[in-house]
Design a protein. Structure first.
Length: 296
């Protein structure tokens, strides 16, 4: 039996800094069609350094993705900037995300994101003709590890695929989202697997791939394996923190720098969390550096 194909998401943290031209915040216009057309024009002509996508993305999520490589027949990336690409594709650093409320968010709502995804995949991409997920699923079992935000963006395409050839791990997605394709995972699993919420989906995927029987990865086996793991896990301690927009985070950074101009990023982030506010570490770091850079 052929080994499964892993599809997972891009990350904000990258090994190559994006040039100004490849940051969504600097795109002109308002319509998603016009902005995506301009984006494709820019990203297809960019002359900056490129690396395989496998080596572009960084952080906890992508470190675990790399750990999955020995168990799969290939890895594809749901990339906001490039569309669906192979991890072998040569790509540049870029600033684009489907996550709302960030400085490089591509639109205001899910419809904008789905339209952008459709337009970006009409471009041939960095390696020529693309292979849609539906066709990939006909060749081997496809395992998708994606957040609710990214899963909803590609949902229209996934709904057309036979559930027997597609296994989706997406903690945080509503029960009604692709119920025939998705395996429900709980944050409880992290008490057994370790790590943070940002790595839940890929951590569960890595667990399933490393434990899969020689006969191959099947939905029935995966569901039983996760139920068994959940029964051995315990509830996590939860902290109630208020989530902030980019603008609100920058306001907090400005306050902290006014009180202590030499405060480090790590200390500032810890102070933010201690005050009952929430901002993912990588996002906070990028906003902090950008704000400080603008003050020089």
């Amino acid at each position: 039996m052929s080994r499964p194909l892993l599809i997972t998401t891009c990350t904000d943290r990258k090994t190559l800094a994006p040039p100004r031209s490849l940051q969504v915040r600097h795109l002109p216009g308002r319509s998603i069609e016009g902005r995506s057309t301009e984006w494709i024009n820019r990203i297809s002509k960019v002359g900056t350094a490129k690396v395989p996508a496998f080596h572009l993305y960084a952080g906890e999520h992508w470190s675990l993705t790399k750990d999955c490589a020995p168990y799969v027949g290939g890895i594809c990336v749901i990339s906001t900037g490039y569309g669906l690409i192979s991890s072998e594709s040569l790509v540049s650093g870029y600033g684009a995300t489907f996550t709302p409320g960030q400085i490089d968010s591509i639109g205001k709502d899910l419809q904008d994101s789905q339209d952008w995804w459709r337009y970006i995949n009409e471009w041939e991409g960095p390696m020529g003709r693309r292979t849609p997920i539906s066709r990939l699923a006909k060749k081997s079992t496809v395992l998708i590890a994606a957040s609710a935000t990214y899963l909803n963006v590609i949902r229209p395409e996934l709904e057309k695929i036979d559930p027997s050839s597609l296994i989706i791990i997406s903690g945080g997605s509503a029960p009604s989202v692709l119920p025939d394709h998705r395996i429900v995972v709980s944050e409880r699993l992290l008490t057994s697997l370790g790590g943070s919420m940002v790595s839940l989906n890929i951590r569960v995927a890595q667990y399933l791939l490393s434990e899969a029987p020689k006969s191959g990865l099947t939905r029935r086996w995966a569901e039983k394996k996760i139920l068994d793991l959940d029964s051995r896990s315990t509830d996590r301690v939860k902290y109630s923190r208020t989530k902030l927009t980019d603008k609100q985070v920058v306001t907090e950074i400005r306050k902290m720098l006014k009180l202590d101009p030499r405060i480090t990023i790590s200390r500032a982030h810890r102070a933010l969390r201690d005050s009952g506010l929430a901002c993912e570490q990588t996002r906070f770091r990028d906003l902090f550096r950008e704000y400080v850079g603008h003050q020089k």
